[in-house]
Design a protein around this ligand. Structure first.
Ligand code: DHB
Length: 304
């Protein structure tokens, strides 16, 4: 009932693990797979290892979390080994692997894609981290020309679907969505964290995060994510994966009604535990059975 075909890939269900949460090692990905995710996304990896920011890298706020991890990762070559160690078991569980990559320009993205594509089912481009600076993340995703260069460069070296993860921190998300699709993106993930934001400790007067500012995730950003998915789906004709504040089946259904073909869950893991994937799948199924509907009946109905 929840099987979802995107491109030529059949996913056993449409509830995926988002980039950045429980994706730093192969064994963490496997754990999410065992808890019912239809696909799991790696932590974003680049061509060289990066230690990340000083602690604290995460702080809870009302309605969500602010985080600035600083893109910590062991580098694409090393990370590919993490995937190799779990590949057979992932195949046996029929859980697909989305390799998230980042870079500061088309050349870095292309190199990371060449390393990661042979180990993943789908490549996700992080052109949307809101606090990365230095040419990374949203400094690419806020500029349609830079988006085009990165997507085309990755497409040139990839024979698996390439999806672009977009930032909501733009004037016109439809313009960015059209730019990535016109340069060959096979799908879009929306949205990355919002912001950046800041939390200050009033005893010391110091911003709490090691990086001082960080991106906002969690329940509070859901309406913004739904609106972005809605706008993107009205502008382009590729599969869209909705992400941002999803913690229940009802949340996932809302994104589907806006036009999403699948969803990703990140911060939700903190709210409902590792088995949130199984829980959300059960809740979607219950809703569909109760209403006597198929998933295809609800996808995009809010657009009408
Ligand atoms: C980080 C990267 C992101 O894309 C994001 O949304 C939040 C944090 C990071 O590693 O700092």
């Amino acid at each position: 009932m929840l099987k979802t075909k995107l491109w030529d890939i059949e996913f056993k269900n449409p509830v995926f693990l988002a980039a950045g949460v429980m994706g730093e090692t192969g064994s963490a990905l496997k754990r999410m797979a065992k808890n019912g995710a239809g696909a799991v996304c790696t932590k974003s990896v680049g061509i060289e290892k990066k230690p990340g920011h000083n602690n604290p890298t995460m702080v809870e706020v009302e309605g969500g979390f602010l985080n600035a991890m600083g893109l910590p990762n062991p580098g694409a070559d090393e990370y590919a080994g993490e995937i190799e160690r779990i590949k057979d078991e992932m195949k046996r569980m029929n859980v697909k692997i989305i390799g998230s990559i980042y870079g500061k320009n088309d050349i870095e993205f292309q190199k990371a894609a060449e390393i990661m594509a042979p180990h993943a089912d789908v490549l996700e481009l992080n052109i949307s981290c809101p606090h990365a600076g230095g040419g990374y993340g949203s400094s690419i995703g806020q500029d349609p020309c830079l988006c085009k260069n990165v997507v085309s460069a990755v497409k040139d070296v990839s024979d698996i679907p390439v999806i672009a993860k977009l930032t909501p921190n733009v004037t016109d998300i439809k313009e960015i969505a059209s730019a990535v699709v016109n340069s060959g993106a096979d799908g879009i993930v929306a949205i990355n964290t919002l912001g950046p934001g800041m939390v200050i400790d009033i005893e010391s007067g110091v911003p709490i995060l090691g990086n001082r500012v960080g991106g906002m995730s969690g329940k509070a950003i859901k309406p913004i994510a739904v609106k972005n998915v809605y706008d993107i789906c009205s502008a382009v004709d590729v599969p869209v994966i909705g992400v941002g504040g999803i913690t229940t089946g009802a949340d996932a259904i809302e994104f589907m009604m806006a036009g999403a073909s699948a969803v990703q869950v990140g911060t939700g893991v903190y709210y409902r535990g590792y088995d949130i994937f199984q829980k959300i799948n059960n809740e979607i199924e219950e809703y569909l059975l109760k209403k006597d509907l198929k998933m295809s009946d609800i996808i995009g109905i809010a657009q009408k």
